[in-house]
Design a protein around this ligand. Structure first.
Ligand SMILES: NC(=O)c1ccc[n+]([C@@H]2O[C@H](COP(=O)([O-])OP(=O)(O)OC[C@H]3O[C@@H](n4cnc5c(N)ncnc54)[C@H](OP(=O)(O)O)[C@@H]3O)[C@@H](O)[C@H]2O)c1
Length: 195
């Protein structure tokens, strides 16, 4: 079954997404932006179903333990080494394809609504290289912070910027003296799959 995959990320001007296991602006917190992340990844379109969040092992462990698993979402953690889901996670998978296959198993097929890829850098790359229909929800943080993890550049040949999207705040936002804007991109149907 072909699904829409949603990626969600907050990114610095140089496409940096993290530093030393934290968000680049750590210890500052963009609380409204986190609320937006929560709302987007949690809100379902089908009653009785839950959304899925798929993440890499390091992203899982970057979430404070008290907030894991992300509530009211099915949490899938990718790892090539873990034999079992880390404590609190619902499922683990050894590669991106297996994580997506899990969603079609009899255990999950009737339970899953939307699928959200929430990082880190390899997961965003895999998403953007996949042939699935996809949307990227990108918080453009306008201030540069030093980063050691990055996501690929979003090419307008492959993605179109949507003028608006339900539930996504429009215009300039500011918290903690940090300005950001939220953009939503949709993969063009004629795009090649490479980055
Ligand atoms: N700005 C944002 O929106 C955002 C979002 C998410 C994360 N982050 C930040 O990004 C950093 C964490 O991301 P990261 O890129 O370093 O790590 P990550 O992708 O979260 O985790 C990397 C690990 O995940 C597993 N993994 C990744 N791709 C896999 C695949 N295709 N198949 C199987 N396993 C796979 C591997 O685990 P094993 O080593 O166990 O095999 C790999 O070592 C943190 O700084 C975090 O704060 C930022």
């Amino acid at each position: 079954m072909s699904r829409t995959l949603n990626g969600i990320v907050a990114v610095c001007p140089d496409m940096g997404i993290g530093r030393k296991g934290h968000l680049p602006w750590h210890p500052k917190k963009l609380r409204k932006e986190l609320k937006y992340f929560q709302k987007m990844t949690m809100t379902t379109t089908v009653q009785g179903r839950e959304n899925v969040v798929i993440m890499g092992r390091k992203t899982w462990f970057s979430i404070p333990e008290s907030n894991r698993p992300l509530p009211d979402r099915i949490n899938i953690v990718l790892s090539r080494n873990l034999r079992y889901p880390p404590a609190g996670a619902h499922y683990s998978a050894s590669d991106f394809g297996s994580a997506l296959h899990l969603l079609d198993t009899s255990e999950l097929a009737g339970k899953v609504d939307q699928v959200w890829i929430i990082g880190g850098s390899c997961l965003y790359k895999e998403l953007m290289e996949s042939s699935h229909h996809q949307r990227l929800f990108v918080t453009r943080v306008l201030q540069q912070f030093h980063c050691d993890m990055f996501m690929p550049t979003i090419s307008l040949d492959k993605y179109q910027l949507l003028p608006e999207f339900p539930g996504v705040p429009q215009g300039m936002q500011e918290e903690e003296g940090i300005q950001y804007q939220i953009e939503v991109y949709e993969r063009r149907s004629n795009a090649n799959h490479g980055i």
